[in-house]
Design a protein around this ligand. Structure first.
Ligand code: KG4
Ligand code: ZN
Length: 335
């Protein structure tokens, strides 16, 4: 019998990635990062598309080679359909469509944010349904109630900036290069999280807001800089720890509140910000205190990767949900 073998492709933002999933098991997950954006302090969409174009073929070839398979072994192609940058999505989806057409294989269109949640099914142990997943990335901050593999609803989300954006913008104000989230994480480890306090908004329901925090950090730094031009340099670790603490308080408060309301047994985190060591530790503590199972993806499955696209493809194929050659990427797609 022919074994199910899915090639997953991710190109929604600034990572070009390809993965191979054999019968629901990830064999390879190759990720090419784009360093070209660093000097601009953020992702430049046009440069991202060009870099995807250059990288996509070698990235797919490496993923297939490392998995020890050839194109002929593939039985389906899964690709990110959205949300993301239109030009970046077009590169991945055009490539996937071409390959699916040439090899006469089914095409699977994957929702990027659903895929972040589905990263929890790459390796056991898996969370029990229904569970709540806090999905925190550079473009999104969502509380997702997951009823079944592909059945999920957003119960809360940011009304302005995303959590990753808050990390990156705060890092920029501290003079750190893009993306600043991992650097704030690094400096915060040696700092005092209670040294400085910043605005924490009151938001209705299970939603989030980070724009007030951004303004509060900006005004605070401007004021302190006037008194002492070396303020940031002399307080970098405490500033990072205090900013990170505030972002985590905002996130965990809503996760806690919603998990109680929805009476779930398991809570999870996903997306780039779930790589944050402080968040990983705090959610473990919260789960232990309240008797909830806590699920945290392995680091390579937190930030954008094709393994999460391929595993979502596995469940889409099982459910018989495929796309035609007329599939169009949707930069703002909802689920
Ligand atoms: O999911 P992701 O790779 O891409 C998007 O879909 O946006 O998330 C990228 C975001 C960036 O904002 C980055 O700064 C943040 O995740 N990030 C972190 C850490 N690692 C990545 N933020 C805080 N701490 C980290 N360790
Ligand atoms: Zn993402």
């Amino acid at each position: 019998m022919v074994k199910e073998c899915i090639l997953g492709i991710e190109s929604s933002c600034d990572e070009t990635s390809a993965a191979v999933c054999l019968e629901g098991r990830i064999l390879t997950n190759y990720i090419a990062n784009q360093t070209v954006h660093e000097k601009y302090g953020g992702v430049v969409p046009e440069l991202a598309s060009r870099a995807h174009l250059q990288q996509i073929l070698p990235v797919v070839e490496i993923a297939l080679r490392d998995a020890g398979i050839t194109k002929k072994d593939l039985t389906a192609i899964a690709v990110t359909k959205g949300p993301g940058l239109m030009g970046a999505l077009l590169v991945g989806s055009s490539f996937a469509k071409g390959l699916a057409l040439a090899l006469n294989l089914p095409l699977l269109g994957v929702h990027h944010m659903q895929a972040h949640v589905m990263a929890h099914f790459i390796e056991p142990p898996h969370p029990r349904f229904p569970f709540l997943c806090l999905t925190v990335s550079g473009g999104h901050t969502q509380l997702v109630r997951v009823q079944d593999y592909l059945q999920m609803e957003i119960v809360g989300e940011t009304i302005d900036d995303a959590a990753g954006e808050a990390f990156d913008k705060a890092a920029k104000m501290l003079g750190l290069p893009y993306p600043g989230g991992p650097l704030i994480d690094k400096y915060a480890r040696n700092g005092n999280p209670l040294k400085f306090s910043f605005a924490q908004p009151q938001v209705a329901g299970y939603n989030f807001s980070f724009s007030g925090l951004k303004t509060s950090i900006l005004y605070f730094l401007e004021k302190e800089n006037e008194k002492d031009a070396s303020f940031i340099e002399n307080n970098r670790e405490d500033l990072c720890a205090s900013i990170q603490h505030t972002i985590l308080e905002i996130l965990l408060k809503q996760l806690h509140k919603s998990a109680l309301a929805y009476k779930v047994k398991d809570i999870a985190i996903a997306g780039g910000v779930s790589a944050n060591s402080g968040l990983r530790q705090r959610i473990q503590e919260l789960g232990q205190r309240l008797g909830w199972g806590v699920f945290i993806p392995q680091l390579p499955y937190c930030t954008d990767n094709a393994a999460m696209i391929a595993i979502t493809g596995h469940y889409l194929l099982r459910a018989g949900i495929t796309e035609g050659q007329d599939m169009v990427p949707d930069p703002r797609s909802k689920f």
